[in-house]
Write a protein of this length. Structure first.
Length: 209
């Protein structure tokens, strides 16, 4: 049975209107904001290969550097994933805030700590419903160097790695977790995935590039 490309139901609200305005302003005025995901590009390619993913969703994609690089590579002869669909969602980027695609593999790097605490469960539920099989979620557990336009530290949730693992396990099955230099690296599996033919998660060093 073919899976739909878009989520079947609209998500609950995942951020306040005021915070959306803060994010839009920050992205528009700070060139350093929302571009760290590209540091994990090699890891993304390994995960696509490992899980035989046919589609990827960059959840909280920021300025979209990962997607831009991936689509450029797809035009290069010999690239291993020329037919993998790449989707992007970010509530602070006007042309990326309405994406509702599902994907085999969800990636979300340095996003969760930016969520308003009262909306964390809504965001995790939205991520889980869009993840068909697996996800790579990287979370900072220390204060940010950035400030929001209203003066707040850009990391709205600063918690211990074990706390984050508990939150993730409510909506996913955490298959692997590693804490390194203030950041929690996790591989999660969808609770709704019953495809036993998928390869198991290798216990490799997640913190390596």
């Amino acid at each position: 049975m073919d899976m739909p490309n878009t989520a079947p139901t609209a998500p609950a609200q995942t951020l306040s209107d005021d915070y959306r305005r803060q994010l839009i302003e920050k992205h528009a005025t700070d060139t350093r904001w929302g571009n760290t995901g590209i540091a994990h590009y090699a890891r993304l390619l390994r995960l696509i290969n490992h899980f035989n993913a046919k589609s990827v969703l960059d959840y909280g994609c920021g300025k979209g550097m990962v997607g831009k690089k991936f689509r450029e590579d797809q035009t290069t002869p010999g690239f291993n994933f020329p037919d993998v669909a790449f989707y992007e969602y970010d509530p602070g980027i006007p042309d990326k805030m309405d994406d509702q695609n599902l994907a085999d593999l969800l990636i979300s790097t340095d996003v969760m700590e930016h969520i308003e605490p009262e909306y964390l469960d809504s965001v995790l539920a939205d991520m889980a419903r869009r993840t068909l099989h697996a996800g790579f979620i990287l979370i900072s557990c220390v204060p940010a160097i950035h400030r929001l336009p209203d003066g707040r530290n850009a990391h709205l949730i600063i918690e211990h790695p074990n706390w984050w693992i508990e939150q993730l396990n409510k909506y996913f099955n955490v298959a692997q977790a590693e804490y390194h230099n203030g950041e929690l690296y996790t591989v999660v599996m969808s609770k709704k995935d019953e495809d036993n033919s998928r390869p198991p998660v290798r216990q490799e060093k997640l913190a390596k590039p």
